[in-house]
Design a protein around this ligand. Structure first.
Ligand code: PHE
Length: 451
């Protein structure tokens, strides 16, 4: 689009309305990360302590880093690959490369989980949902094996096809119905969950941290919580650079940030309020749910609710829309990178990449261990590294311009100073510590898995 419009900034298209930008950013942020990944990670990481650390990281790291990406995007009017050239700091392109590699890996298994959502959507229309052990058996069948590979292919075809046909915008508009629908469905399910026998135990687990061990728990869950904060807000990959590149200068980046983070976080918290009461009531220890947590617990619920098969189908259809609008944003980063780096046309680049990403994802569709392996590496290491590099760039190399940029569009000036101070002195050390812990954790995970 930029090429057609020429290089003049004022000639470049901007979002027609404030809401257009927010919807696109929310469409990218809200996805499997909130509804699938957040509850299962919280369950594996001990519950409330994880929630506390995650919320602190969203506020103290997520918001500043989101603004870092917004500032880079609006200042450069470019995608993450071109952005650093445009700002005359080409060597920082490495941040874009890290992001593109992360996107490549993430999409390969994101698509597998998207395929699970399709299978669950169809299950409501065919055999219906089953509770109890049947729910666990159904998940095991869905998650790995031929079916998983076939629907991984279906999801990747949808992503590639919709992008190639240029109907992505239309679908993203349709997805605007998705966010409110997901909220309504989750609120309804959470209310239903609150009436179940396992509810009080679940809330205890999910919402009340054990203060005596909070500090040591916090350190042990730090990499996972930081990875989740980045993943759910689509940070560290440059997605938000691209979206902000279309934002007009008259707009306050700060208030948009608040709204995006608020919606994204609320949906994750709600997903936890749904999953844990069901798991406890079904007698599944939260740590044992793993990547199946949301699927097993909800299938159990839909099996018992009146009109459960219909509600379930609608729910998983909404989840599919949410996953698709996030997947487009990841695909976009990877495709732009390949076009830029290898000078290939958009159409062949998209098709070729969709095929390569599909192949890369196959191991994760055969064995959930690989899924965790990909997931930890991409989120806890690559996304954090990408965010660290971008923050260092803005805080230490591009600070004056960044401050000017964030001040545009009615953002209060005290906030700009506050933000920049955080980006210089707070964000990098925290991300560095997180990264070190993540690398050690990953090494241990590899050892325990393969040796
Ligand atoms: N934020 C998306 C989700 O929560 C996933 C995503 C990660 C999208 C990174 C873009 C970049 O599902």
């Amino acid at each position: 689009m930029r090429e057609l419009l020429g290089t003049h900034m004022d000639a470049r298209e901007t979002w027609a309305t404030r809401i257009g930008f927010i919807l696109a950013a929310v469409g990218s942020a809200v996805g499997l990360g909130n509804i699938w990944r957040f509850p299962f990670l919280t369950g594996e990481s001990g519950g409330a302590a994880f929630l506390v650390v995650y919320l602190c990281l969203v506020l103290l790291i997520g918001i500043p880093v989101l603004l870092v990406e917004f500032v880079i995007g609006r200042r450069s009017n470019r995608n993450p690959i071109g952005a650093f050239d445009e700002l005359n700091h080409s060597q920082w392109k490495i941040a874009g490369v890290v992001g593109a590699v992360a996107g490549f890996i993430i999409l390969s298994y994101y698509s597998v989980v998207g395929g699970w959502a399709i299978q669950y959507m169809l299950a409501g229309l065919t055999d219906g949902y089953v509770a109890g052990e049947g729910a666990e058996a159904f998940f095991a069948e869905t998650a790995s094996g031929t079916g998983a590979i076939v629907f991984h292919a279906v999801f990747m075809t949808l992503v590639g096809g919709i992008v190639a046909l240029g109907v992505r915008n239309g679908l993203e508009k349709a997805a605007t119905v998705m966010v409110p629908s997901v909220v309504v469905l989750l609120v309804g399910l959470a209310l239903y969950g609150s009436t179940l026998s396992g509810a009080s135990e679940a809330y205890q687990y999910y919402l009340y941290p054990d203060t005596s061990t909070l500090l040591s728990d916090a350190i042990s869950v730090l990499p996972a919580a930081a990875g989740q904060a980045f993943f759910t807000l689509s940070l560290g990959m440059g997605v938000m650079i691209t979206y902000a590149s279309y934002v007009g200068e008259d707009r306050s980046l700060l208030s948009d940030t608040g709204l995006i983070v608020g919606i994204d976080t609320a949906i994750a918290i709600l997903a936890g309020l749904v999953v844990f009461p069901f798991l406890f009531t079904q007698g599944i220890a939260p740590g044992d749910g793993g990547p199946g947590s949301i699927f097993v617990s909800l299938a159990g619920a839909f099996a018992e609710l009146p009109a459960g098969n219909l509600i379930g189908t609608v729910f998983f259809f909404m989840l599919l829309l949410a996953a698709l609008s996030s997947a487009f944003s990841i695909f976009e980063v990877v495709v732009s990178f390949v076009i830029d780096r290898f000078d290939i046309e958009r159409a062949p680049a998209s098709v070729g990449l969709a095929v390569i990403i599909f192949i890369l994802g196959i191991p994760t569709a055969l064995d959930l261990t690989y899924l965790e392996l990909y997931d930890m590496f991409a989120n806890e290491i690559l996304l954090i590294l990408g965010g660290l590099l971008m923050s260092l760039f803005i805080g230490w190399v591009y600070a004056d311009n960044a401050l000017e940029e964030i001040q545009k569009g009615r953002s209060a000036s005290w906030f700009g100073d506050f933000w920049l101070t955080a980006v210089r002195y707070f964000v990098p050390p925290v991300l560095l510590i997180t990264l070190a812990l993540a690398v050690v954790g990953y090494y241990e995970f590899l050892q325990s898995t393969f040796f």
